[in-house]
Design a binder for this molecule. Structure first.
Ligand code: ZN
Ligand code: ZN
Length: 408
């Protein structure tokens, strides 16, 4: 049964008149698009920006992958959906735990809501870690490039994916992992023509290659070709990013790291503070678990207030906030962040203890994200967008609002 509009997480969305494709390009600092277009390797993206809508938006902070992907598919910030990192300290369990289990989700997705009303929905992600969250309680197709050879009708709503896409299963550390997402999206649009499709890549290339570099331009040229095919198949495309990406190293190529656990241990003695890095995940090769955002657990609120004043003095810090301040400013769930939220500046990252980070796997100077400095992302559409007030602060999680309410 189709209806005029759907209400999801207190926002309304019009039913789609033609297929909608939302693309989340992981780590897409706006300069990547500018550079690829200037180099002439992304003619479709150039056309999309010229004849459609060329906007910028703010992602959610921490500018990490999971909080932002979940914001885009729920149309809401982490204070609503609950996912504010890859990793947090579960005070009830007294343990540091991964937050990629759907049990931590506090809101339904727009994707699931449309599927429940009869829309054909398809989700393709690069890494499998996101698949279960994005596809939570969603009827339809949902699989990852990483585990594409394991897809079954029962679990993923589709099987024989590798054959359909016509590409071998890529390495989890490769540009091809993202290419597989786009190739699958085009094949799905040709065969089953979903009403709503969500494609989400990985930032393997963006962690290594700066805007305009050969590897970056090759990535955007690849993407350009697939987007042109989706456009030719009649889809409305909205492209955004989960976060940007910046250099986080000095002139000598070594990373600018504040090892905050070491700093606090030196000041106050061991085992007083607990520093949590919500960027931590099983795939750390390309960033060594270093990003520009950390949370700190203190013994009590009074102590936290004293620590905040002192941490602010550490060179490279941008904002040091109490739990309440951070929850308000960044729209975060207060029960899943520490007593202190620490954001470092554009060229600096935060670690725990130096001994807990293995930087030997970093093959190139560190590029990473997590801070306010990576909050600006593209928000572009292949059709003109109307009815957006010029004063409105656009967010990447307005992508479905733009596609459904303002571009059709
Ligand atoms: Zn990301
Ligand atoms: Zn990343």
């Amino acid at each position: 049964m189709t209806q005029e509009t759907l209400q999801v997480n207190a926002r309304s969305y019009r039913w789609m008149l033609r297929p909608i494709v939302i693309v989340c390009v992981d780590g897409c600092e706006p300069a990547y698009l500018d550079a690829a277009i200037a180099a002439g390797v992304a003619p479709y993206l150039a056309r999309m920006r010229k004849t459609g809508a060329d906007l910028l938006a703010d992602c959610v902070v921490p500018s990490f992958t999971n909080p932002n992907n979940l914001s885009i598919v729920t149309g809401a910030p982490p204070s609503v959906h609950g996912i504010c990192g890859n990793y947090f300290f579960d005070r009830e369990l007294g343990q540091e735990v991964m937050m990629n289990d759907p049990k931590y989700l506090r809101a339904g997705t727009i994707l699931a809501a449309f599927a429940d009303e009869g829309a054909k929905v398809a989700v393709v992600t690069a890494k499998d870690k996101l698949r279960k969250l994005l596809g939570h309680k969603m009827k339809g197709i949902c699989f990852s490039s990483e585990k594409s050879d394991e897809a079954t009708i029962e679990e993923n709503g589709i099987d024989d994916v590798v054959n359909m896409v016509g590409m071998p299963v890529p390495s989890v550390y490769s540009a091809e992992l993202s290419e597989f997402v786009f190739a699958a999206g085009v094949k799905l649009m040709e065969s089953s023509r979903p009403h709503l499709m969500y494609l989400s890549t990985t930032d393997y290339v963006q962690h290594k290659a700066a805007p305009g570099s050969p590897a970056a331009n090759a990535f955007y040229a690849m993407m350009d070709g697939y987007l042109a095919q989706l456009d030719a198949l009649g889809a409305t495309i909205v492209l955004t990013a989960d976060h940007g990406m910046n250099d986080k190293h000095g002139a000598d190529g070594s990373p600018n790291v504040i090892y905050l656990q070491d700093v606090l241990d030196e000041w106050y003695g061991p085992e007083k503070a607990r520093v949590i890095l919500p960027i931590t995940d099983p795939y750390v090769v390309h960033h060594g678990a270093l990003g520009s955002f950390a949370t700190v657990y203190a013994p009590d609120e009074f102590t936290a207030a004293q620590w905040i004043e002192r941490i602010k003095q550490v060179p490279g810090m941008e904002s040091v906030l109490s739990r309440a301040e951070a929850a308000k400013r960044f729209e975060l769930p207060p029960d899943r962040i520490g007593d202190i939220v620490v954001v470092s500046n554009r060229d600096t990252v935060i670690g725990t203890s130096a001994s807990r980070h293995d930087l030997s796997a970093l093959e190139v100077p560190l590029r990473s994200h997590g801070g306010v400095s990576e909050q600006r992302v593209p928000l572009i559409c292949n059709r003109p967008v109307t009815g957006i007030a010029s004063s409105r602060r656009l967010r990447n999680f307005d992508a479905l609002d733009i596609a459904l309410n303002h571009a059709q």
